[in-house]
Design a binder for this molecule. Structure first.
Ligand code: G4P
Length: 524
C-alpha cells in the first residue's frame, strides 16, 4: 500500500490523431511545459512522412528513432506524466491499438479545418470499446476552419462521443482572438507569433461590458455562442468523463502554444491515475503490493549486428525493481533484468524502481511476445491484447530450403513482435501471413533476409477476411468444420479461424450457421 502516493500522481496517456492533425506538435508543447525539453523542435517527429510511403526502409528508420519517443515521461506540478507515442502511419495501426492497452486515457487531436478523419474514427472506436476516458483537442484555430458547433456535432456523430466543450473559440483563422475557458471561467487571449504562455484573465460574468474592451465586437458573438452552448451541451461531470461517457473538448493551436497549458492543467486535475487491469484469473488492482505487468510493444533493433530487442512493459501493480527475479508466466521461468530502462523526457536511463502506470524497457533476446505477463510469482495472464482480423493475406513459402529453420524462427519472432499475424491452413499446413498494411510484407521479407539469413517468397491467396468463431452449438460447429474444411486455419494461439474468400461467403456462413458467432477481433 506504500505506492499509493506514487500511483495517484501518475497520468499515463496516449495522443491519437489522423496524421498531420498536430500530434507531434502538441506532444512537444506538453514536454516544454514539463521542462522536459528546452526548445521547440526538439522532438523528432516519429511521423512517417507522406513522401516516404513507398520507402519502407525510411519508415523503419523513423520507427527506430521512435524508440526514443515511444514513451515520454515528465514531471508537471507534482504529477508524473507518461505520454505514450503512437505511430501515425495507418499500416502500423495495430501498434497503436496495442499501445492503447497501456494507456489510462487518451487525448484526441482534430484539425479544425479537416474535422474528424477516418483514422481518428477507427482509433476512437477502440477506445470506446474499452471505455478509456477521452479528451478532445481541436487544433489549428489560427487557421480558417469549421464552425465550433458544426465540429462538435461532427465529433458526436462520427466518433459517437457525447461531448461538452470546456473552452470556446473566439473567432478563427486571421480573426482568431483566443478562447473562453468555460472550466476555469477565464479569458485567454491569443497573441499570434508569441510563444509566451498565454495570459489568463478571470472572467466569470460574460455580461460584464469589460468583455468588449478585450475582444471588441467579438463579445456579442461569444455571449450568443455561450448561451447556446450551455443550453445544448451537458454540464461537465468528472465521473462521467472517467467512466468514458463524456468527452471534454478544448480548442487551441498547438503550433502557437495556445490552449495547450489549459488542456494540461485540466488534464492533470481530472485524468485518471493508473487503473488496474483484468487478467484471465482475476482483476489486478494497481495498489497491490506484488509487482505485475505486461508487454504491449516490442521494438527490434534494425542493426543486424545487434539483434536485440526492447520489450516495453506497462507496470500494473506493485513496483518493478532492477536485479530482482520475476516470473515470465508464459514460459514459467524466472528472469532478472540488470539494466531496465525508463524514459524521462528524451533520455533513456537505467532505473532502480518504477511504479504502476510507468513503462519500463527490458532488453530482450527473444523471450517475450506481445501480451506476455511478468509477475513476482503469481500465475496470472493479462487480458485485452487485441488481434484484429487482418486486411491483406499472402501465402509465405520458403525460398531457400537450406535455411528452413532460420525461416521458421524468423517468422515466429516477427509474429511475437506483432508485425503481422500467422495462420496455418488446417488441411494443408500452408502458412498464411495476414497484415493490416501492404508495407508489412516488404518489412517481413527484408527482415527475414537481413536478420535471420532466410529467404521467403509470397504467393497470392484469394482471401477476404479471417474471422475467429465460437459456438455452444456443437452440432453446427461440426457441420461447419466439415463443410468448410478447406477454409479453416489455426492462428498462433491455436485458435480456429475461418478463411472467408469473399464478403458473400462470409455472409452466407453467418446466415447459415446462426448459432456460430464470427469475431473480427481476437478479444471476445
Ligand atoms: P502529426 O504528428 O499529427 O502528424 O502532426 P504534426 O504535429 O507533425 O503537425 C502537422 C503539421 O501541422 C505541421 O506542419 C505542423 O507545424 C502543423 N501544425 C500543428 N499545429 C498547428 C497549429 O496549431 N496551427 C497551424 N497553422 N499549423 C499547425 P508541416 O508543415 O507539415 O510540418 P513542419 O515542417 O512545420 O514540421
Amino acid at each position: 500500500m506504500g505506492n499509493l502516493k506514487e500511483i495517484n500522481r501518475r497520468r499515463t496517456f496516449a495522443i491519437i490523431s489522423h496524421p498531420d492533425a498536430g500530434k507531434t506538435t502538441l506532444t512537444e508543447k506538453l514536454l516544454l511545459y514539463g521542462g522536459a525539453i528546452q526548445v521547440a523542435g526538439a522532438v523528432k517527429s516519429n511521423k512517417i512522412k507522406k513522401t516516404a510511403t513507398s520507402d519502407w526502409m525510411e519508415i523503419e528508420r523513423q520507427r527506430g528513432i521512435s524508440v526514443a519517443t515511444s514513451v515520454m515521461g515528465f514531471e508537471y506540478q507534482g504529477s508524473k506524466i507518461n505520454i505514450l507515442d503512437t505511430p501515425g502511419h495507418q499500416d502500423f495501426q495495430e501498434d497503436t491499438f496495442r499501445t492503447l492497452t497501456a494507456a489510462d486515457s487518451v487525448i484526441v487531436v482534430i484539425d479544425v479545418a479537416k474535422g474528424v478523419e477516418p483514422q481518428t474514427e477507427k482509433l476512437v472506436k477502440v477506445c470506446r470499446m474499452r471505455k478509456i476516458p477521452i479528451m478532445v483537442f481541436i487544433n489549428k484555430l489560427d487557421r480558417p476552419g469549421k464552425d465550433a458547433f458544426e465540429l462538435l456535432d461532427e465529433v458526436e456523430q462520427k466518433l459517437n462521443l457525447k461531448v461538452t466543450p470546456l473552452s470556446w473559440p473566439i473567432g478563427m483563422g486571421a480573426d482568431f482572438r483566443g478562447v473562453y475557458n468555460m472550466h476555469f471561467k477565464s479569458l485567454n487571449l491569443f497573441n499570434p507569433g508569441s510563444q509566451v504562455i498565454e495570459e489568463s484573465i478571470a472572467f466569470d460574468n460574460l455580461d460584464n461590458p469589460e468583455l468588449e474592451e478585450y475582444i471588441g465586437e467579438k463579445a456579442t458573438e461569444l455571449r450568443e455562442d455561450q448561451e447556446l452552448a450551455t443550453g445544448v451541451y451537458p454540464e461537465f461531470e468528472v465521473e462521467e468523463y472517467l467512466a468514458g461517457d463524456i468527452s471534454p473538448v478544448f480548442f487551441g493551436s498547438a503550433l502557437n502554444n495556445f490552449g495547450v497549458k489549459e488542456l494540461l492543467d485540466v488534464f492533470v486535475q481530472i485524468a485518471p491515475s493508473p487503473t488496474g487491469r483484468e487478467t484471465e484469473e482475476r482483476f489486478v488492482d494497481p495498489n497491490e503490493d506484488a509487482f505485475s505487468g505486461f508487454v504491449f510493444k516490442i521494438h527490434a533493433n534494425m542493426d543486424p549486428n545487434h539483434r536485440d530487442r526492447i520489450a516495453f512493459v506497462r507496470v500494473v501493480s506493485g513496483s518493478f525493481k532492477r536485479n530482482i527475479n520475476y516470473l515470465h508466466v508464459r514460459q514459467n521461468r524466472q528472469l532478472k533484468f540488470s539494466s531496465p530502462t525508463a524514459f524521462m523526457a528524451q533520455k533513456k536511463s537505467v532505473i532502480d524502481e518504477v511504479f504502476p502506470g510507468d513503462i519500463v524497457g527490458l532488453h530482450d533476446t527473444g523471450n517475450f511476445k506481445i501480451g506476455d505477463s511478468l509477475t513476482e510469482g503469481e500465475k496470472i495472464n493479462f487480458k485485452g491484447m487485441p488481434s484484429f482480423s487482418p486486411e491483406l493475406f499472402k501465402y509465405v513459402e520458403n525460398a531457400d530450403p537450406m535455411r528452413s529453420k532460420q525461416l521458421a524462427k524468423g517468422i515466429d519472432q516477427l509474429m511475437d513482435e506483432g508485425v503481422a499475424q500467422l495462420f496455418k491452413g488446417k488441411h494443408n499446413n500452408r502458412k498464411i501471413i495476414g497484415t493490416v498494411g501492404a508495407l508489412q510484407f516488404e518489412v517481413i521479407q527484408y527482415r527475414l533476409e537481413h536478420e535471420y539469413g532466410a529467404k521467403c517468397r509470397f504467393e497470392p491467396i484469394n482471401l477476404f477476411k479471417t474471422t475467429w468463431f465460437v459456438s455452444d452449438n456443437e452440432e453446427q460447429l461440426e457441420d461447419f468444420r466439415a463443410r468448410k474444411a478447406l477454409q479453416i486455419a489455426i492462428d498462433k494461439e491455436g485458435r480456429e479461424v475461418f478463411l472467408a474468400e469473399s464478403q458473400y461467403s462470409l455472409q452466407m456462413a453467418q446466415s447459415k450457421y446462426s448459432d456460430i458467432e464470427f469475431y473480427f477481433t481476437s478479444e471476445f
